[in-house]
Design a protein around this ligand. Structure first.
Ligand code: ZN
Length: 294
């Protein structure tokens, strides 16, 4: 199992095999490509673009796909995925990344906000013309977008998803079967403020490994660590290391945040003893590597 980072700063950190950088984000900020890193591109969540042109937001009978709309529950503000101008903007950005020396591209939030979206006049017309049922049409739209994006991607191509292994197609138009034909791996973010309760991480990792027909990468949050949270996080990574995952990624603010996690593991003799006693071979190997560096 590889160990990696998801980060807001375009710098690699010693002791990690994989580096994912948020180059286009849900608040609408866009950054130059991070060289030799996997660049993570938020596709249809763009709070800034929606502020500038509210007409591009995805809509439902319960109103627009905005965080402030309390009739629904969405984590970000969503642009309608069939908006041709906005799609072209995202694809243009992906194409630009391909001109740089990057590791690859991970697409994030490339789907519909929820099952009841989008019923803008353009989407309703496209759906009618397709002759498909609602679920099939929405999945077809999203898969077609990913196919277009893949043609522009240089290097490794991956996608994130909202971590729902059962209803992803109905809710978001995410068709895991079709998408598996396009991607090199799936990136499953299991974000949390802490992992003091962590049975759900193990549960979702198992479910996604069963459902997804390509290698799986799991991401855990490692920002704002206390000793107690760091201990719980590292033990959760250790349990994940017993599954057949390609890698486990940790979300950090910056390189110092990543080194803090390493130092915590290296200096914590109780944790290292726990790894040995319960025979976490992979995690022991990772922490032993960190011990040579930190
Ligand atoms: Zn629409």
């Amino acid at each position: 199992m590889k160990i990696g980072l998801v980060t807001y700063t375009p710098e690699k950190v010693e002791g990690f095999d994989v580096h994912v950088y948020y180059s286009k984000r849900a608040d609408g900020s866009v950054f130059p490509a991070a060289k030799e890193m996997q660049n993570d591109v938020t596709c249809f969540c763009d709070a800034k673009a929606i502020r500038e042109d509210p007409n591009i937001v995805a809509v439902s009978k319960s109103g627009p796909a905005l965080r402030k709309n309390r009739k629904i529950n969405v984590p970000f503000d969503f642009v309608c995925p069939t908006n041709p101008e906005y799609r072209a903007k995202v694809l243009g950005y992906v194409e630009g990344l391909g001109r740089e020396k990057i590791e690859g591209v991970t697409l994030n939030l490339y789907h519909f906000p929820e099952e009841e979206f989008c019923v803008c006049p353009r989407c309703v017309e496209l759906w009618r013309q397709s002759g498909l049922n609602w679920t099939a049409w929405r999945a077809q739209e999203i898969t077609a977008f990913l196919k277009e994006a893949k043609r522009l991607v240089k290097g490794v191509f991956a996608v994130e998803m909202f971590p729902d292994p059962v209803l992803a197609k109905e809710r978001f138009g995410i068709d895991f079967e079709r998408i598996a034909e396009l991607v090199d791996y799936f990136h499953v973010p299991l974000s949390s403020r802490d992992y003091l309760t962590s049975y759900w991480v193990d549960l979702l990792a198992r479910d996604f490994l069963k459902v997804l027909k390509k290698p799986v990468v799991v991401e855990l949050s490692a920002e704002m660590l206390t000793d107690e949270k760091a201990d719980a996080l590292l033990k959760t990574v250790a349990y994940l290391s017993r599954h057949n995952l390609m890698s486990v990624l940790m979300l950090v603010h910056d390189a110092e945040n990543a080194r803090q996690v390493c130092r915590y593991a290296v200096d914590n003799s109780g944790f290292r003893e726990w790894l040995r006693k319960y025979e976490f071979a992979e995690m022991t190997r990772i922490v032993d590597e960190w011990a040579k560096l930190y």
